[in-house]
Design a protein around this ligand. Structure first.
Ligand code: NAD
Length: 419
């Protein structure tokens, strides 16, 4: 059982993918060793006063994978299952994601072991402020810039920014991204991930001469990434034929209205029972007749067991780690284009980068400028990865990892080994 979980764990998959790409690049063992290890791992144990008056000690982490291409960047997650190993592997994943889109960051990740669902807002604020103070020895606008992740949000980022700024004596908005607009957040951040997914899917569709107008799209997950993707692909002229959430899926071959589905989900807590749609099982959404499949929920959903039944010609991974290595092979063998997570969902970190740049220069851009710059970066990254895939006759995941790893290896090589 444990072995199976390990095999499906996306972070272990990321390490496997690193090895495969390093092999293909003929990277020396010395360089692999440098790139495999995080540069810094900070563990902090700190007390927080609970509402009851009791004091509890929490454990948190901040890991910087590599700092050769610029400051470290990555989310902070809160949860009972956070582990140092997971944080380390996610930090490495962020390094490749930033490198594949060519933004000057490397990977970091942080987390606190806690149960946010059973903590009051005041307790979460005290926990956040104390954790920020503890990790302030490694974070900063020029060294390491946190962002939201699982169970953290723009309010948590505002507390981090405020705490860090209080210590310095003046406002330093560039220390975190994903902040509210009123304190230096960026326009376009909410839609950024889904917008990036749309841009790379457009490029993939061009490669196979498939017009997006009228293309049938199926989306697993109807949260931030999935629901916004549904709206954007619908506006592009696509037909959203199926969507799902944890409770089930809905299907209508003539197309669903994404805004009406979202209203229904907000009112009823799920997309299921949406009128004028057929109820399907969660996993059916991956297999319905469609041209584009967007996994936007969770990891390990496309496996050896179902990949053969995927009908889409393009799979655009909005979620992190939705496809297992076995499924990758099956999809590649049947000419399905899989746009890998580190490329497909990199729109989010790219607009985070824009937020940081805007904060540093205290000059803010409009949403049109942001969308235009995002499109330029996503298109450029897609072309580079597609070219590499053609050159090496491999899938886009291996190509994206090769692209990312070679640019970090080059930066490491050219900077040299200190002293
Ligand atoms: P979210 O919590 O807003 O939404 C997740 C959705 O998936 C919910 O509708 C939930 O009901 C559904 N879901 C969960 N498990 C499911 C399952 N097994 N089957 C069907 N539906 C399921 O999360 P999100 O921010 O939209 O993130 C979704 C994925 O995209 C994650 O893998 C995340 O890491 C990745 N991602 C998100 C962003 C972003 O900016 N939001 C950026 C990069 C990557």
């Amino acid at each position: 059982m444990h072995e199976e979980v390990t095999a499906l764990n996306p972070y272990h998959m990321a390490v496997q993918q690193f090895e495969a790409a390093a092999e293909k690049l003929h990277l020396s063992e010395d360089m692999r060793e440098v790139l495999r290890q995080p540069k810094r791992e900070l563990t902090v144990n700190f007390p927080v006063r609970l509402d009851s008056g009791r004091i509890r000690t929490f454990t948190g982490y901040r890991v910087q994978h590599n700092v050769n291409r610029g400051p470290a960047k990555g989310g902070i997650r809160y949860g009972p299952d956070v582990t140092l190993d997971e944080v380390k592997e996610l930090a490495m994943w962020m390094t490749w994601k930033c490198a594949v889109v060519g933004i000057p960051f490397v990977g970091a990740k942080g987390g606190v072991i806690c149960d946010p669902k059973h903590m009051s807002p005041a307790e979460l604020e005290r926990l956040t402020r104390r954790y920020t103070t503890e990790i302030s020895i490694v974070i900063g606008p020029h060294s390491d810039i946190p962002a939201p992740d699982v169970n953290t949000n723009s309010q948590v980022m505002a507390w981090i920014m405020d705490t860090y700024s209080m210590h310095e004596g003046f406002s330093i908005p560039a220390v975190v991204t994903g902040k509210p607009l009123s304190i230096g957040g960026s326009e376009g951040r909410n839609d950024a991930t889904a917008t990036g997914v749309l841009f790379v899917t457009r490029q993939a569709a061009k490669r196979i001469d498939m017009p997006l107008r009228g293309a049938r799209v199926s989306i697993q997950g109807y949260g931030n990434a999935g629901a916004i993707a549904a709206r954007l692909f619908h506006n592009e002229g696509c037909k959203i034929v199926a969507v799902s959430d944890t409770r089930g899926g809905i299907y209508n071959e003539s197309g669903l209205d994404p805004s009406a589905v979202l209203r229904h989900k907000q009112e009823r807590g799920s997309v299921i029972d949406f009128p004028r749609a057929q109820r399907v099982r969660v996993q059916d959404v991956l297999e319905v007749p469609c041209d584009i499949l967007i996994p936007a929920a969770t990891e390990g959903v496309l496996t050896a067991a179902n990949a053969g039944r995927v009908q889409a010609r393009i799979v655009a991974e909005a979620a992190n780690g939705p496809t297992t290595p076995e499924a990758d092979k099956i999809l590649f063998d049947k000419d399905t284009i899989v746009i890998p997570d580190i490329l497909a969902n990199a729109g989010g970190v790219t607009v985070s980068y824009f937020e940081w740049v805007q904060d540093l220069q205290s000059f803010f851009w409009g949403v049109d400028e942001i969308t235009q710059k995002l499109e330029m970066i996503m298109n450029r990254a897609f072309s580079a990865v597609a070219e590499k895939a053609d050159q090496y006759h491999c899938d886009m995941r291996l190509a994206a990892n090769m692209q990312a790893i070679s640019s970090v290896a080059e930066a490491t090589q050219v900077r040299g080994i200190y002293p």
